[in-house]
Ligand binder design. Structure first.
Ligand SMILES: Nc1nc2c(ncn2[C@@H]2O[C@H](COP(=O)(O)OP(=O)(O)OP(=O)(O)O)[C@@H](O)[C@H]2O)c(=O)[nH]1
Ligand SMILES: [Mg+2]
Length: 312
């Protein structure tokens, strides 16, 4: 299991800090705070507590995962999973992308103990669900590695993945390698892996950050830099991944076309022209349904189409 363990590996700062604090408290004394525990006993207790905390988090997660999976069967909205090391800024990013004020990013171990899902709108008004995943951990107790990996199983069923990197973290290059390793070990489908969006977060902490890696987007989830470009990239990849297009269609309101669209596609927006008895309807629609629609509509051509956007 040693090889596996390295996967989740370095950046031991947090755990080390816990111990550093202890050292200070101890001040060289053998017993701490009158509790009667030796420093070593305290360290062991801390480790046990940490393991219990992680175990509880993992168990909670797998319950939630089952729930999500059944809901996801409906596939109403595309799923965008956000993954990366703990503290890299996943929750902050989702909060920035969705405007969800109920999210609480925190600077501590395992701020996100839960799989949480938040709806967000993309520039073309496609609605997606962002799934906040549990952060990769440094120094995961090895008996927990399998359960940890299992909680990530579900990302295979996403439409698009966002890999968030804290580029201000000294270990971030290693962290990236570890994340990619874990994804490969999980057998995440190639198509999903190759369309994964890599985000370089916390660029506000670095003067004039320039990525040396192609195919990455530099952002600050905190101050909002780069988020519009990210949303555009997410939308393009979501449409590509789901084989759908986003089009504005003119609809004759004297026909059942509008209700047909509601049934067969995901209507994003309707603006009615009462005088003409028509409406412009923005929909996300699959190719087959789109073909059928064009056969029955007298307005053959889409008014606007986002599906032809260039891949970057
Ligand atoms: N300077 C700066 N700090 C950021 C940025 N994004 C996130 N942070 C901070 O980093 C810390 C962790 O952010 P979270 O969003 O909780 O990180 P997370 O990836 O969800 O962490 P876990 O839930 O533990 O996996 C918080 O203190 C955030 O305010 C950023 O772009 N710039
Ligand atoms: Mg979080």
């Amino acid at each position: 299991n040693k090889k596996n363990m390295n996967i989740f590996f370095p950046g031991r700062s947090r755990l080390k800090n816990e111990f550093l604090n202890l050292d200070q408290q101890g001040g060289g004394a053998r017993y701490i705070g009158g509790s009667g525990e030796t420093q070593q006993e305290v360290q062991q207790r801390l480790l046990r507590e940490r393991e219990m905390k992680i175990r509880a988090a993992l168990e909670k997660l797998s319950r939630k995962r089952r729930l999500l999976r059944t809901r996801r069967k409906h596939k109403e909205f595309p799923i965008v999973s956000v993954l990366g090391y703990t503290n890299c800024g996943k929750t902050t990013l989702i909060k920035a992308l969705t405007g969800d004020a109920g999210l609480h990013p925190q600077d501590r171990l395992f701020a996100t103990l839960d799989v949480t899902v938040h709806a967000g709108q993309l520039p073309g008004r496609v609605t997606v669900l962002y799934v906040d995943t549990i952060g990769f951990l440094s120094h995961l107790p090895h008996q927990l590695i399998d359960s940890f990996a299992a909680t990530l199983e579900d990302i295979k069923h996403s439409d698009v993945l966002i890999h968030v990197r804290d580029v201000s973290h000294p270990e971030n290059v290693n962290q990236k390698a570890n994340v990619l390793n874990v994804l490969r070990n999980l057998r995440v489908p190639d198509a999903l892996l190759s369309s994964m969006i890599e985000v370089h977060n916390k660029i506000d902490l670095i003067d004039n950050y320039e990525s040396t890696e192609d195919d990455s987007l530099a952002i600050s989830a905190l101050n909002g830099r780069g988020l519009e470009a990210l949303k555009t990239a997410v939308e393009r990849r979501v449409l590509a991944a789901t084989g759908k297009r986003l089009v504005s269609l003119k609809v004759d309101l004297s026909t059942p076309q509008l209700s047909w669209l509601y049934k067969e596609a995901a209507v994003q927006d309707v603006s009615v022209d009462a005088d003409e008895g028509s409406a412009v309807v923005k929909v996300v629609i699959g190719n087959a349904a789109y073909g059928r629609y064009r056969k029955m509509s007298k307005y053959r051509m889409p008014i606007d189409s986002w599906s032809s956007m260039q891949q970057s």
